[in-house]
Each structure stands twice: as structure tokens, then as C-alpha cells.
Design a binder for this molecule. Structure first.
Ligand code: ADP
Ligand code: ZN
Length: 226
């Protein structure tokens, strides 16, 4: 499958700890399989930047590394699903609680959709802080970089769009990372059991180079779609 035309029946969910590479890998899978990437982290950051009521409510919570209340995130996600014809989608960062997993079932069912497959990105927890502290993003196109693992080929110039404006996330600090990992262990890890019980959970080793992980995930998606 080369991604075109988009497959409107595909609804993938990526799970994994903060720093597991969900955002990076979701982008690559979206390109390869012709899916729309829906990242609640990105949607929330857009809301914060735009100063919407939801964004104002979420800003401090996010900066601390805690989870934003389910109602706020779920509303943002549902609104996004209703904006335009998305075709197949890949959820990155949602659901993050069992309550959200139940909400997603309802949201999808109401739109004639259902979760096709869930892939959990497995990483060693020791490497997470290292991955997160050091990462930065092109402000122009959203391409992700890292001080140690993935610098732009030409210093200060985005490989993808040629832009030279980069940003770092307010919650990529060592304090917030600890809070994010605790929230993951307490609130998000149980979501895997939820999808296991629905028989749609796959696991993939997400350690190693971005390209190698992407290959493993693509194989996993192909198998899930076969
Ligand atoms: P990461 O996976 O690296 O933590 P994200 O961009 O997915 O990064 O999320 C950043 C922050 O946005 C989270 O720490 C949390 O505060 C908020 N957030 C994103 N998605 C959700 C969600 N589904 N439920 C609650 N909070 C969320
Ligand atoms: Zn760029």
C-alpha cells in the first residue's frame, strides 16, 4: 500500500510513554499509508497558542506535565474529527486514560468508524529522559530534531522545508518529564489492557534509529490491515 488513495476505514492508535517517538512515527506512518495524523498534544498546543478557553485551561497543566482533564481533550478531538473529510486517521496521544478509550469508542461509532489496530511503542524507560530533553521542532513544518540523535544536515536549517526557526516544548524539562512519566504509568499504561481485551493490541520495539523503528511499525500496520 503506498498511501494513495487514502483508506477511510483505517483508524490506528499509537500508544507509548512520552518520548517513545509517537509523534515522529505517527508522521511517517501517516505519510506512508495516506492517513491523517491526529495528535491531541499538537491540538492542545494550538489551542494554547490561539488562546482559546480550552487552551487557557490546559496551559499550566501541560507545562507541569500533568494530564489535561478528559472532557477538554475529548471535545478538542471530536471537534477536529468533524472538521473536513479526514479519510483514515492515526491517533497519537489519545486515548491516554481508560475513560478516554471508552469515549473514543463512542466518538468513532457515532461516525461509522472503529479502532482498526493499536500499536504500543516499547522503549526502555532509562532512555526516555534523554530522548525528551534535547529535542526541538521546526516551527515551519513541524519536523522533529534532537541535539544528539538527529541534527539538521545543515546547521540551523530544516532538512524538510529550509526554515530556520526552531522551537522547544515548554514541558520538555526534567521536572515535567518526571511528572509525565508518572502520569503515563498511572493513567495511560492501563489503556493497553483495554485494547488487549478488545483484541486489537500490537507491540513494536521502538528502540533504535527512527528509520528502523518506522520499518517495524509499517510492517506491523501492514499485518494489522491484511
Ligand atoms: P508526550 O507524549 O511526549 O507527553 P504530547 O504532545 O502527546 O507529548 O502531550 C503533551 C501534553 O499534552 C501532555 O503531557 C498532556 O498534558 C497533554 N495531553 C496530550 N494528549 C492528552 C490526552 N489525551 N489527555 C490528557 N492530556 C493530554
Ligand atoms: Zn521545516
Amino acid at each position: 500500500m503506498d498511501g494513495s488513495p487514502a483508506n477511510p476505514t483505517v483508524n490506528l492508535v499509537l500508544l507509548g510513554a512520552p518520548g517513545a517517538g509517537k509523534g515522529t512515527q505517527a508522521r511517517l506512518l501517516a505519510e506512508r499509508f495516506g492517513l491523517t495524523q491526529l495528535s491531541t498534544g499538537d491540538l492542545l498546543r494550538e489551542a494554547v497558542n490561539a488562546g482559546t478557553p480550552a487552551g487557557d485551561a490546559a496551559a499550566d497543566i501541560m507545562q507541569r506535565g500533568e494530564l489535561v482533564p478528559d472532557e477538554i481533550v475529548t471535545k478538542i478531538l471530536a471537534d477536529r474529527l468533524d472538521r473536513g473529510d479526514l479519510g483514515g486517521v492515526i491517533f497519537d496521544g489519545y486515548p491516554r486514560t481508560v475513560a478516554q478509550a471508552h469515549a473514543l469508542e463512542g466518538i468513532l461509532a457515532g461516525r461509522g468508524r472503529a479502532v482498526t489496530a493499536t500499536i504500543s511503542l516499547d522503549v526502555h524507560h532509562e532512555s526516555i529522559a534523554e530522548r525528551i530533553c534535547g529535542r526541538f521542532t521546526c516551527a515551519g513544518c513541524g519536523e522533529g530534531y534532537h541535539d544528539r540523535f538527529k541534527l539538521p544536515q545543515a546547521e540551523g536549517v530544516c532538512d524538510k522545508c529550509g526554515g530556520s526557526d526552531f522551537g522547544r516544548r515548554a514541558d520538555d524539562t526534567s521536572e515535567a518529564v518526571l511528572t509525565r512519566l508518572a502520569a503515563y504509568a498511572e493513567q495511560t499504561a492501563p489503556v493497553e489492557e483495554f485494547y488487549e481485551s478488545r483484541d486489537v493490541l500490537h507491540r513494536a520495539d521502538a528502540m533504535g534509529a527512527i528509520g528502523a523503528v518506522s520499518k517495524r511499525l509499517s510492517a506491523c500496520v501492514e499485518e494489522a490491515l491484511a
